[in-house]
Design a protein around this ligand. Structure first.
Ligand code: ADP
Length: 277
């Protein structure tokens, strides 16, 4: 009896442990997919209440009797944080859309001049860069025709310039270079942002393009960052068939380069014809 009871317990124990192992071990890919789906669903759900909060604060701003300094300050904080959160949700949703499209963002490609676009980006930072006494320089040919998604490329320029300004201490320098490289049929659009800032340690270089990865969480949060900027910049570069790379020396500065194949439709057609000939 003892032996059969012992055998029964061992057998039940074995079944139980298998069942628990099965429940505990979700394949990594499934867990990864579930996690991304959860973030995407949560972002969708958060959008509506957040826009209600924003509209409510804006309505409060329009009240006539609203000059109490304390409530004024609170309203300002509410508005600032709600806008920040709204920007975060838009970023998460953009990344989620890319995920559901095999990691490639949907692009609306057109021919545009990248030089005035970069000028606009630099102009948008003029207040912040002068507050920090940074020297910001833009180096580009007079015109630089690019074939790509104008809004997304502007967003990518904005993210890299924003980081350069955020992570460069007072009195430093930021340089933005636009270049066309290669021969006509094999052109590349190169966008480089170089700063004299805090730099990035070797062990962090590979991870800074991951979602929510921030080297110094306190500093990044103080600067308003969530750790999504570089993930988005990378997704934009990759969706254009390009790359993003970083060179950095801690304490001396960093240099981010985006390289995007720059083939205009007529030229790519010609290439196709050449290939088929
Ligand atoms: P964040 O919103 O935190 O800036 P990003 O994805 O844009 O998020 O960047 C991820 C992290 O990479 C930052 O938190 C920062 O630690 C580091 N980083 C990005 N750009 C620079 C830079 N130009 N110089 C130094 N560190 C940088």
């Amino acid at each position: 009896v003892f032996t059969s009871l012992a055998l029964l317990f061992i057998f039940i124990g074995f079944l139980l442990s298998r069942w628990m192992a099965k429940r505990a071990l979700v394949p990594v890919e499934t867990a990864y997919h579930q996690q991304r789906e959860f973030v995407s669903n949560a972002s969708h759900e958060l959008r509506t209440p957040l826009s209600v909060i924003l509209s409510a604060v804006e309505a409060l701003d329009m009240e006539e009797d609203n000059n109490n300094p304390f409530t004024k300050k609170m309203r300002k904080t509410l508005k600032h944080e709600a806008k920040r959160m709204s920007a975060l949700i838009s970023e998460l949703l953009a990344l989620a859309r890319t995920d559901s499209n095999n990691g490639v963002a949907e692009l609306r490609k057109e021919a545009f001049d990248a030089f005035p676009l970069a000028e606009q980006v630099v102009d948008s930072f003029s207040k912040r860069s002068s507050e920090k006494n940074l020297s910001v320089k833009l180096d580009s040919p007079e015109t630089l025709p690019v074939f790509g998604d104008r809004d997304k490329i502007a967003q990518m320029m904005y993210i890299l310039a924003d980081n350069a300004i955020k992570y460069t201490p007072e009195g430093g320098s930021v340089k933005i270079d636009l270049k066309q490289q290669g021969r006509k049929k094999n052109e590349e659009f190169l966008f480089t942002v170089t700063d004299s800032g805090i730099g990035i340690a070797a062990e962090d270089k590979a991870r800074i393009f991951d979602r929510f990865y921030r080297v110094d969480k306190v500093r990044s949060r103080k600067e308003g960052g969530y750790g999504l900027g570089l993930a988005i910049a990378k997704s934009i570069a990759v969706s254009h068939g390009g790359t993003i790379t970083v060179d950095s020396v801690p304490g001396e500065g960093s240099s981010f380069t985006v390289s995007i194949p720059n083939v205009h439709p007529a030229e790519s057609l010609q290439q196709q014809e050449l290939k088929n000939a």
